[in-house]
Design a protein around this ligand. Sequence first.
Ligand SMILES: N[C@@H](CCC(=O)N[C@@H](CS)C(=O)NCC(=O)O)C(=O)O
Length: 201
Amino acid sequence: MLLVDTTYQLLEDAPYTSGQTMSGYVITYFPVRGKAEGIRMLLADQGATWKEEVVQFADWFGGESDLKQQAVFGQLPQFKDGDFVLYQSNSILRYLARKYGIAGAGNQESALIDMVNDGVEDLRGKYSRFFMTELISYADYNLLDLLYCHLYLFPDCVSSFPLLTAFMDRIASRPKLSEYLKSEARINRPVVPNKINTSGQ
Ligand SMILES: N[C@@H](CCC(=O)N[C@@H](CS)C(=O)NCC(=O)O)C(=O)O
């Protein structure tokens, strides 16, 4: 069986509200935050519980899973509310937003919320293209340095962001840069003044 069922533990004791919690919600997605995270945040904040069905990337891309064929657009997340099955993260968000009364009061407020959400989605797309491209620009060095600073403070902070991790691996493995990153000169140069760098970042 390809799916690993994991119930979202933290909210198991969340107060039950008819039709909202203990619902039959199931999020089917890869083992990352990704495009399901906004949905999880919405449900958590609205006091709902849900079940996670985790699809491993290897199974999905290896053709082991028939979910890709079932998915309306061949992609995840998939969201189930009982027998009702939905795809497209923003459609799922809007469906839940209407259900929980957080989609805006009236046509105009809803339109403004849609506008902001569409803008957020554009940004997400821009970041994706930025991380995926094979080209290099000075912004890549700046971003890599910033990510290393984050890792210095919070060593696990990018591990659940596959796109960011892939970006870092791609840039940091450029031969000349990789040599510099491993050099004594860099390693011995503190991240913050007067503090010896022991993080390896
Ligand atoms: N517009 C869709 C995009 C979903 C999407 O890009 N899903 C990716 C993971 S984040 C996926 O399923 N990738 C695997 C594939 O395309 O086969 C949404 O917002 O739900």
